[in-house]
Design a protein around this ligand. Structure first.
Ligand SMILES: [Mg+2]
Length: 377
């Protein structure tokens, strides 16, 4: 057993423009974890809101770092429980989970580097060699023609499927009326033909009741859509039960869950087919893996929600190839600072196939000059 321990844990708050979100300024919290052997691991907690980022950084620096400095980097389960138990009063989800996730991810990265093994090998190896690349985009252009041209462009560039986020920032006038969503997807389907997969993500800007969600899901099922995501408020399990009974269209949800226990309850509700999980939110790599085991056993689908930096994308990708339960891998299709500048070799696809990085740990090389350029705290 290696005697390498954690020497320091530093939270870093970044603020950056996101071309995949109408050039909105977004924020996140990174963790840089140094080891006694001189190595460094990176992690991320995707707190996004300014005040949530500051709170996450405070929990990391004041609450968690003192507990984890000196801890052997390979004893990751022990570290995970130590942090979770420390935060028992204010944790079990919420801001503490961002901090927990970031440190856990950084430990896995550091441990993989120490062993000279990619994260997916530490998770038991590649159950799948690669996954089909999905372009995860926000539909935000003013006109139908512009939106269809963008979607067709992603398919032409090699993406095998598209996930269309509706009700997001921008100029599009799609939703909240059910008919406007159904008409738009019909137009996209008409333009792309029957082959590429289309997933429809009902964003926070569209608030439907169960009757509206049922009407939309039935129409989208008839159009051959692959899944509908969060058509109802995630906690409205009774609404989801009604929806589930009224359509065979797969239902995706879960990306706003925080804990392994939360996913266990969601799974037991029998309302979700595709479980969104984010290792930068749901108790880290360790949490994601634990949730994945539950979902594998239930023969449902896991889908990594990776819409922040290349650090979380890399973690999500290793986790996704290490399970039979994931079927696609989501990438942000437009080049962006946090995907294409932050690391020296961005995570991308090869002719529509996404492979986990081969290097040790997360397999990414973070450019610290870029970290410094976007750092605000
Ligand atoms: Mg989503």
């Amino acid at each position: 057993m290696s005697s390498v321990t954690v020497r320091s844990v530093e939270p870093i708050i970044l603020r950056y423009p996101e071309p995949n979100d109408f050039n909105n300024m977004r924020m996140t919290v990174l963790v840089r974890l140094e080891t006694s052997a001189g190595g460094a691991g990176w992690g991320e907690g995707i707190a996004m809101w300014p005040e949530a980022c500051r709170a996450t950084a405070a929990i990391i620096a004041e609450g968690f770092a003192p507990l984890i400095v000196g801890h052997p980097i390979g004893e990751i389960d022990a570290a995970w429980w130590k942090l979770k138990r420390h935060a028992w009063w204010y944790g079990e989800g919420g801001i503490a989970s961002f901090a927990h996730s970031a440190i856990d991810m950084a430990l896995w990265d550091a441990w993989g580097q120490e062993l000279g093994q990619p994260l997916c090998n530490l998770l038991g190896g590649r159950v799948q060699q690669h996954l089909p690349a999905n372009a995860t985009m926000h539909v935000n252009k003013a006109t139908l023609d512009e939106n269809i041209a963008e979607i067709a462009g992603h398919i032409a560039a090699g993406f095998r499927s598209v996930k269309l986020g509706l009700g997001k920032r921008g100029l599009a006038q799609i939703g909240p009326e059910v008919d406007s969503v159904v008409d738009f997807i019909a137009a996209v389907r008409g333009a792309l033909g029957p082959v590429p997969g289309i997933m429809v993500d009902i964003g926070n800007g569209i608030r439907w009741d169960p009757a509206q969600a049922i009407r939309a899901a039935q129409a989208l099922e008839a159009q051959g859509v692959s899944w509908i995501e969060e058509p109802l408020y995630p906690a409205d399990l009774e609404g989801y039960r009604r929806l589930r009974a009224a359509t065979r269209l797969p239902i995706a949800s879960g990306e706003r869950e925080w804990t392994v226990e939360g996913y266990k309850r969601l799974l037991a509700s029998e309302t979700v087919d595709v479980f969104g999980i984010d290792p930068g939110r749901a108790e880290g790599v360790t949490g994601f893996r634990a949730v994945t085991r539950l979902i594998e056993a239930a023969h449902r689908q896991v889908n990594a929600h990776a819409f922040s930096t290349a650090i979380t994308t890399a973690a999500s990708l290793h986790l996704s190839v290490a399970t039979p339960a994931s079927r696609i891998f989501e990438l942000k299709p437009h080049a962006s600072p946090m995907q294409h500048e932050l690391v020296r070799t961005p995570v991308w696809h090869e002719d529509g196939a996404v492979f986990a990085p081969a290097g040790p740990g997360l397999g990414i090389e973070v450019d610290e000059r870029v970290v410094a350029r976007y750092r605000v705290g």
